[in-house]
Design a protein. Structure first.
Length: 384
């Protein structure tokens, strides 16, 4: 099981804090946006005498509310096609175990969300990467690159849109390319759409809206980032393929049920005003513009402008981002402050890639981001 590039340096951060250092956490997608009070109030008001199991697919009332939410974003599904999961993580794992046998292969554009690797190990399957490049802003690799990676063991393609860790937002043309590939080679398409609400430079195209591939598409979703409710651990596995849904249900029954309080929170969040995301989107846009501007003004640093999510990948003038990230926490201090970043090598499958890159999550307010960038700028000068 691979170590998480997002969390593996936590012990060094904890030691730095014990020394009295302030650590700016740009390593993890934990927003500082408040969880909606209305959603938390629904949990507080819950008149529960016995905290029972829910249905293995999740509370029917919540699944019916999710149908309303998805309709608002242009996705037509029935509540019977939704399986509520313990976070988006479980949706990914259910998908892998339902669609692939041990030894089968899944193709993922790299860099990719590091935990896909961990879930692949748990499911006994192999990840075949196709590489996107920072020089191209991490655009989808060519159809030919995917076709070169396809073998007789290939069963699926996985995307995250907008992307974690790059922030890249896939275009309509790129989504149509993926549709054509899964039809041609009879593959599944796993679409992780955790950051759907946070698109800045284009329109989000859900895989569930692609025509002619209903039986091929699995939507993996979560409330974690949408409502700044990472600890709620509520996600969703959605497919119009009835046979696949029935298979995933076996895994859902084996783990009994998703968390009850998280479902109450998620159901209440759907009733938030329609303009709720306008504020959070605008706030993340301010943070993105500040972070990217500060990074690209630093000598030797390059950061493409992410179109969505709340992550940016930057190439730094260093030889080893893992070593640099650890040094920031162990040996560096600027005004008794330092910054924690996620080394990019852990987001690549191909050995040796990402050694000069880091992922930064712009989940802190602009004042904190400015201070974090001051730290990083001073650190790069000292490190060099």
């Amino acid at each position: 099981m691979p170590a998480s590039p997002i969390r593996k340096l936590v012990p060094y951060a904890e030691k730095a804090k014990k020394r009295g250092m302030q650590v700016f956490h740009l390593n993890i997608g934990q927003p500082d946006i408040e969880t909606p009070p209305q959603a938390l109030d629904a949990v507080r008001r819950a008149n529960i005498k016995v905290l029972e199991y829910s249905h293995s697919a999740g509370n029917e009332s919540y699944r019916r509310k999710l149908v309303e939410y998805y309709k608002r974003v242009g996705i037509e599904v029935d509540y019977s096609q939704i399986l509520v999961t313990t976070g988006g993580s479980e949706a990914i794992l259910f998908g892998f175990m339902s669609c692939l046998d041990p030894g089968d292969e899944v193709i993922i554009p790299e860099p990719f969300y590091a935990n896909y690797n961990g879930f692949a190990v748990a499911a006994g399957i192999n990840v075949k990467p196709v590489t996107s490049r920072i020089e191209d802003s991490f655009a989808l690799p060519s159809p030919e690159a995917f076709e070169r990676a396809i073998t007789e063991k290939t069963r699926a393609i996985v995307i995250c849109n907008p992307n974690n860790p790059t922030g890249y937002l896939y275009s309509s043309r790129e989504m149509e390319t993926l549709r054509d590939l899964i039809k041609k080679y009879n593959l599944y398409l796993f679409s992780d759409e955790a950051y759907r609400e946070f698109c800045y430079d284009g329109k989000h195209i859900s895989a569930m809206t692609l025509k002619g591939v209903d039986d091929h598409v699995i939507l993996m979703d979560t409330i974690s980032k949408r409502y700044s409710a990472c600890g709620g651990r509520i996600g969703a596995f959605i497919t119009r393929n009835n046979t696949l849904y029935d298979t995933a249900m076996k895994f859902a029954q084996a783990r009994l049920s998703p968390p009850s309080f998280g479902q109450i929170l998620g159901e209440a969040a759907i009733d938030l005003p329609v303009d709720y995301f306008d504020h959070t989107r605008a706030e993340y846009l301010k943070r993105r513009d500040l972070l990217v501007s500060r990074l690209n003004k630093m000598p030797g640093v390059y950061c493409p402008n992410p179109g969505g999510a709340f992550y940016a990948m930057a190439r730094l003038p260093i030889d080893d981002a893992d070593r640099f990230a650890q040094w920031l926490l162990e040996d560096f201090s600027y005004r008794n402050q330092t910054v924690m970043v996620a080394p990019a090598s852990g987001f690549y499958k191909t050995p040796g890639l990402g050694k000069q890159e880091v992922r930064l999550a712009y989940v802190l307010n602009t004042k904190a981001i400015n201070k974090a960038m001051d730290c990083l700028e001073a650190a790069l000068k000292e490190y060099m």
